[in-house]
Write a protein that binds this ligand. Structure first.
Ligand SMILES: C[S@@+](CC[C@H](N)C(=O)[O-])C[C@H]1O[C@@H](n2cnc3c(N)ncnc32)[C@H](O)[C@@H]1O
Length: 249
């Protein structure tokens, strides 16, 4: 984990003034938005779909349950929640370019009922206290500046008995996987990014931001610090990704 101070924070491997991270992250996702879904499939060889399916199973969609999907981007989690019988979903993201792709995808799929879209900063949610049953964030927390604030906000908006789930890249815990994964992240990804999206730097940021993100145990501690209870961690694909969950009791 990087040693952030109040004045600086990580942006990939670079330390940048804290106030600079949001515009830098915004530029990354504005650049990748039109090719985001294609790149996800190529970069993960489709595995992100399996992880997301497991994640939505953990969210346990049921009619009448209200989901707030943070950093929801182009909508995968919200769409799967609705397709699997969940109640109303709010697809939120700080970046209008990512949400615009999400809106177009929703229209193409004929999803309208029970879906609302909103520009929101996950660190400061314009959402009432105790108003939703589930809060999700998939591959989003890594990109936020004040991660502890996101977790505190998630707890604040959950109803008692509600649950928070985070899907994020994590620390590989199978030694044999590490060299292959490192080569893939630092050689293949930036090249793919250059070829497909014309942007190697954004995909280099992706690989670096994964390495500076808190590991499984550290993130579990952060959920507890935010006041979430019964915190659980589920490793996926040898820890390449992990699902953290916690309850608001
Ligand atoms: C890697 S994408 C994940 C999108 C989607 N959840 C998925 O799994 O495909 C990360 C998203 O985080 C969003 N993001 C970054 N900082 C944010 C913040 N402070 N609040 C809300 N969203 C943010 C970006 O705009 C981007 O859409």
């Amino acid at each position: 984990m990087s040693d952030n101070t109040a004045d600086t924070t990580d942006f990939g491997y670079r330390q940048v003034p804290t106030g600079d991270k949001k515009p830098l992250v915004r530029a990354v996702f504005e650049s990748v938005a039109p090719r985001y879904d294609l790149m996800n499939d190529l970069m993960s060889l489709g595995v992100h779909r399996v992880w997301k399916r497991i994640f939505v199973t953990a969210l346990d969609p049921r009619p009448g349950r209200r989901l707030l999907d943070l950093a929801g981007g182009t909508g995968d989690i919200s769409f799967a929640w609705l397709a699997r019988g969940g109640g109303p979903a709010i697809l939120s993201d700080i970046n209008p370019a990512m949400l615009a792709v999400g809106r177009d995808r929703a229209l193409q799929r004929g999803i309208a009922a029970d879906l609302s879209l909103a520009v929101m900063d996950a660190e400061k949610l314009p959402v009432p206290d105790r108003s939703v049953n589930r809060v999700s964030i998939a591959f989003g927390l890594r990109n936020c500046t004040d991660k502890q604030a996101v977790l505190a906000e998630a707890r604040r908006v959950l109803k008692p008995g509600g649950r928070f789930f985070c899907l994020e890249f994590s620390r590989v815990n199978v030694a044999a996987l590490r060299p292959i994964y490192d080569a893939w992240s630092f050689s293949v990804l930036p090249r793919l990014g250059q070829r497909i999206a014309g942007d190697a730097d954004s995909y280099r940021y992706l690989a670096e931001s994964i390495r500076t993100f808190p590991d499984q145990a550290t993130l579990a501690g952060m959920l507890e610090t935010a006041g979430l209870s019964r915190v659980t961690v589920q490793n996926l694909s040898g820890g390449i990704a992990a699902i953290h969950g916690g309850w608001r009791l």
